[in-house]
Design a protein around this ligand. Structure first.
Ligand SMILES: [Zn+2]
Length: 138
């Protein structure tokens, strides 16, 4: 069941254009704090892979996945992938949104791919996580 759900979300191998980069100073701690304070998830922070290469759509802010431009996704490998153009603050990326997908998956076993549920309302963790990171200066 789990793999079938992910097959709906992630359809293809992104190939060799992907690259992950280490977090600049302080960001990893801010993300971990957001995870524990906003997402209220009993599990550990998922691995985050910053996509810094292959940003070929949405004015250099997105990458192609399964034929569509995306700013991030929660992968079948339980990794949060987030497009990150050079110089863009993490609060301006899809990180908070993708962490909400990861949190919902860990807590409820659900992938709300159409963003209909409470995780994606203005009061939900996707939005609050982004506000938290921005207010912390990230
Ligand atoms: Zn989403």
């Amino acid at each position: 069941m789990r793999w079938m759900l992910f097959a709906l979300v992630v359809g293809c191998d992104p190939g060799d254009d992907w690259m992950t980069a280490p977090d600049p100073d302080g960001e990893a701690e801010a993300i971990a704090l957001a995870w524990s304070e906003i997402y209220e998830t009993p599990g550990p922070l998922p691995e985050i892979a910053w996509v810094t290469e292959g940003l070929v759509c949405r004015d250099g802010r997105g990458y192609m996945l399964d034929g569509e431009c995306t700013l991030g996704h929660f992968g079948e490998d339980d990794v949060v992938y987030v497009a990150r153009p050079a110089g863009l603050r993490i609060s301006r990326t899809a990180l908070a949104h993708e962490l909400a997908h990861a949190a919902q998956w860990m807590r409820e076993g659900v992938i709300d791919m159409h963003h209909q549920g409470a995780y994606f309302t203005p009061q939900g963790p996707a939005n609050r996580g982004g506000i938290y990171l921005a207010s912390a200066g990230y």
